[in-house]
Each structure stands twice: as structure tokens, then as C-alpha cells.
Design a binder for this molecule. Structure first.
Ligand SMILES: [Zn+2]
Length: 514
């Protein structure tokens, strides 16, 4: 089964063939660190973290670069508003971003270069473009002349005439309306603004050239995958391609992957709305606030539940829906632990990565044996692993991969029922259920979920809350024994109103908070 990737340049799925066999370089446009990140900023990192894990599993050596844009007009304006330097603001926002990434289990980023530390590379690129007469200086600014690039527009599928027609406003200094800035001269009347020395006088780089310079610095002139949100295709990525390829005369990125954008799924307010409701919704959506409200694993799972090219519908109701899905897995893991006295998470760590069929690495691995241990569920485990791999090979369809995991969980649950493992089942069957669940977890880990036991927040054993719940459960049992179903149901219904559910099982009642 070979991997295919939807390439924005060709607008179709293509077989993935890395430039250097066995190695993959990925560049993802990172945050402009001027205000707190919102859920949309987590989409790219989460998806590419899952992609990297999967590529590593397939045996590739992956280098993943995410830049930090710490030189930008928006940063300068915001820092002035807050009365801090751009560096202070950038450092604070970057710190919050990294904290959020950690909570979301985005562990795979290898390099996070900052634009401010790559000014020499940027100047060098600009000089090369100027020497080739593709860039020109005008009053301390430097512009890229789009008419000098024959295939300008190939990524966003636009031609120059379209663009010129759309741009009524034209700066007096530009030769063509579509020309974009590679360097911006410092304004004389803003003494505090961030500026760097350059052959064109003091100033700062344009946004697009920052990414080109950092991508080429760490991944080479030509590299495998460039990613970002759909909103970056034009002008950001189009300009990155134009200036990089014009500079090196070599192809820039081989595959362009663009992920869908977050959509506010609220009927009352439109995205452009600046009403208090919308502003409140936006504040609520900062990653910081989201991570206060929900476990990082739930947010990661929520985002991976949608195929990455589709828009992500965000609302509390959507999150709650996903939480139910995630709880199905958590319940299975708890159930197996209750039955066997062993943690399926620990068992998963013990058996390691799943070994696909016909995988030459398999024989070389010491931990491979557990994957071939025959158990009652062996055929199912193999089938679900294959379904997962099929989905991931199809343009990293994480939604399809999660669907396979769901079926996997369903089969293990059915096995537990059939073998009556919660009451009488055999030890051999219990061991099979544990190993199958561990395999399910280790497959899930290929996209970075179920890396560790879920936070106890929703697991139903919250210290004092649990003690109080045990008292209620005992009262309810007593009432049921006395056949006072009216009162016992009242307790259950009142708890449901508080989003707490009781689950009656053969070995007792457990509770769960949403
Ligand atoms: Zn970029």
C-alpha cells in the first residue's frame, strides 16, 4: 500500500516519493506571535504532528520545521498598544504557544526558527533576486517583479491579468500592481520600530521572504512538503514559490498541502461580525481558554476527526459530540483494566509499534513478537490495522483512521460480552482482550492519541467528588432494593441534569462526568 498526497499544485492525489529516498523535509507556516493563538492555529501543528508520526512509522527520517514570525507589522502595532517591545511580546506569545503545543501532544517539531534571527539569509535572497533583475529597490523598499516570473500564479491557479484587474489600488513605487515587498523601509517617523541594517537602508523583511529563507536554510533549496492553511495559498505561498524558485532556479516544495480552516458553527453570528457575542466567542476560542476547558487529547482528537482538507466546524456542541466518541475508547480501556487488573496503556508501551504485514523491519524488531502472538482476536487486529493504514495512506485521512479504531473498539467490546469477561470468563480470554486493547492503543499512537492514560478529570474518580458520588450510588442501590424506583430514578435524572451519568454494570455502578 503506497502513500498518496493531495498536491495543491496539481490539484490531485499523487504517489508520495521523497526527493531523497528515506528522508522527508516538511515546512509548516507557523504563528505570527502578536496575539494569543486560537483553535485554528492548532489545526496545522496537530495534523502535521500526526503526519510526521505516521511517516516515521513508515520508516522515514523526518525533519519538520515550523517558523515563528516575530517580525511583522501586526506585531509592531500590538506591542506599541501594550507598551512593550516587540521582542517581549513575541517571547510571551511564543511561550504560550509552546505550552499549548505540549498540552496537545504536538511533540514532533524539530526546528522553530525565528524570522528575526534569519535577517542575513533574507537579505542574501533579496540581493540575488536584485542581481537577476527580478527584484528592484524603490525608496528603501524592495519589490519582487511578478512579470519577470513566467509561472507566477501556478499554485493558486491565477493569472496576472486577473490579479491586476482586482487591484485598483497601486503604490506609486511599484512597477506592477501585483508586485510584493521583499523588504520594507523603516518609517522615519517611528523611531521605536524594529529595524535591521540592509543594503537598501534600515528596514525589515516582508513576510513571504521570511518563510522562503527559513525553509531553504533548514531543508535545502528543494524539499518535500510545504504545509499551511488554505488561506495562505494566495498570496503567501504563491509568493514564496515565486521568490524561491526565481532565486535558485530550482523547484521549491514538491508537495503543497493545505488544511481546512476553522468555521465558527454559530448560527447567530457571521465570521466577520464584531458584535460582543462574536468577540466573546473568539476569546473563548483562544487555545489557552480551550485547554482550560477541555483536555488536550480531546482537542487533538476533535481536529483529527475531520479529514484535514475539510473545514473544521467549531462549537461547544461539536466538541461535546467528539467527547462522546472519545469516551467510548476510555470506557473500553477502563473496562479492560477492571477485568484484568492491568493497564492496556502499559501493555501497549510494552508491545511497541504495530508491525504491518510485509514490513521488512518486522523481523529485526525485538518487540515484534507481541504483534504476531496468536489470540482469539488476531484476525480482527490485523484487519483494523490494515484499515487504519489504508486510510492514512489515502492523503492522511485521519478521520477514516479513527473510524477503523472505532470498529476495533467495538469488536473488543463484543468479545468481552460474548466471553462474559466481566463475570465468569476465562483467564486466557481476559489476556486476549488485554492484548487486543493494547494493540488498539498502539495503532492509535501512530497519530498521537492515547499516548498516556486520560486525565482523571472525566474518568470518574475525582477524589472528594468521587466519595460523594459513592454515597449517592449507595443510597440509590438501597432505594432500588426497597423497590422505590421513583426516588432512585429521581437521583439518576437529577445527576443527568448535572451532566453526570450512572452506569450499572454487573460488578457495580460507576459514574462519569461529561
Ligand atoms: Zn509562511
Amino acid at each position: 500500500m503506497s502513500l498518496t498526497i493531495y498536491n495543491t499544485v496539481t490539484r490531485k492525489k499523487e504517489p508520495f516519493e521523497p526527493i531523497t529516498p528515506g528522508k522527508v523535509g516538511i515546512y509548516l507556516c507557523g504563528p505570527t506571535v502578536y496575539k494569543p493563538s486560537h483553535v485554528g492555529h492548532a489545526v496545522g501543528p496537530i495534523i502535521f504532528d500526526a503526519i510526521k508520526r505516521y511517516l516515521v512509522y513508515k520508516g522515514y527520517e523526518v525533519t519538520w520545521v515550523v517558523n515563528i514570525t516575530d517580525v511583522d507589522d501586526k506585531l509592531i502595532i500590538e506591542a506599541a498598544k501594550q507598551g512593550v517591545t516587540t521582542m517581549q511580546l513575541a517571547e510571551r506569545v511564543t511561550g504560550d504557544y509552546l505550552k499549548a503545543m505540549k498540552a496537545l501532544h504536538v511533540d514532533g517539531i524539530d526546528l522553530m526558527p525565528k524570522a528575526s534571527e534569519h535577517i542575513a539569509d533574507i537579505i542574501d535572497n533579496n540581493k540575488r533576486l536584485e542581481e537577476k533583475d527580478i527584484a528592484y529597490a524603490a525608496d528603501g523598499d524592495v519589490y519582487f517583479d511578478v512579470t519577470k516570473d513566467d509561472d507566477y500564479g501556478k499554485l493558486s491557479n491565477r493569472n496576472l491579468e486577473d490579479q491586476e484587474g482586482q487591484r485598483a489600488l497601486q503604490s506609486g513605487e511599484k512597477r506592477n500592481p501585483g508586485d510584493f515587498a521583499l523588504w520594507k523601509a523603516a518609517k522615519v517617523d517611528e523611531p521605536d520600530e524594529v529595524k535591521f541594517d540592509s543594503p537598501w537602508g534600515k528596514g525589515r523583511p516582508g513576510w513571504h521572504i521570511e518563510c522562503s529563507a527559513m525553509a531553504m536554510r533548514y531543508l535545502g533549496d528543494t524539499f518535500d512538503i510545504h504545509g499551511g492553511g488554505l488561506d495562505l495559498i494566495f498570496p503567501h505561498h504563491e509568493n514564496e514559490v515565486a521568490q524561491s524558485e526565481s532565486c535558485t532556479d530550482k523547484p521549491f516544495a514538491k508537495y503543497w498541502m493545505h488544511h481546512g480552516l476553522t468555521r465558527f458553527n454559530t448560527k447567530k453570528v457571521a465570521k466577520s461580525d464584531s458584535s460582543p457575542e462574536m468577540q466573546a466567542a473568539l476569546v473563548k476560542m483562544t487555545l489557552h481558554n480551550l485547554l482550560d476547558a477541555y483536555p488536550g487529547e480531546l482537542i487533538r482528537y476533535f481536529i483529527l476527526s475531520t479529514q484535514y482538507r475539510r473545514p473544521i466546524e467549531y462549537s461547544d456542541a461539536e466538541i461535546a459530540g467528539r467527547r462522546k466518541g472519545l469516551d467510548t475508547f476510555y470506557r473500553l480501556f477502563e473496562r479492560v483494566e477492571r477485568i484484568t487488573g492491568q493497564s492496556a496503556y502499559d501493555k501497549a508501551s510494552e508491545i511497541g509499534d504495530p508491525i504491518p504485514e510485509n514490513e521488512p523491519r518486522a523481523s529485526a524488531r525485538a518487540d515484534a513478537q507481541s504483534w504476531f502472538t496468536a489470540i482469539a482476536l488476531s484476525d480482527s487486529c490485523g484487519e483494523y490495522l490494515q484499515a487504519f493504514i489504508r486510510a492514512m495512506n489515502d492523503d492522511f485521512n485521519t478521520a477514516g483512521a479513527i473510524a477503523a479504531l472505532f470498529d476495533f473498539a467495538g469488536t473488543v467490546n463484543s468479545f468481552i460480552e460474548k466471553e462474559k469477561l466481566e463475570t465468569t470468563g476465562s483467564d486466557a480470554s481476559k489476556a486476549d482482550a488485554l492484548l487486543a486493547t493494547a494493540r488498539l492503543i498502539s495503532v492509535s499512537r501512530l497519530i498521537g492519541i492515547f499516548l498516556e492514560p486520560q486525565s482523571k478529570k472525566s474518568a470518574g474518580d475525582d477524589g472528594v467528588a468521587d466519595q460523594a458520588m459513592q454515597v449517592l450510588i449507595k443510597i440509590r442501590q438501597h432505594l432500588r432494593k426497597k423497590k422505590d424506583f421513583e426516588t432512585s430514578d429521581m437521583i439518576r435524572d437529577l445527576l443527568i441534569e448535572q451532566k453526570i451519568t450512572l452506569e450499572d454494570r454487573p460488578d457495580g455502578t460507576i459514574w462519569r462526568a461529561e
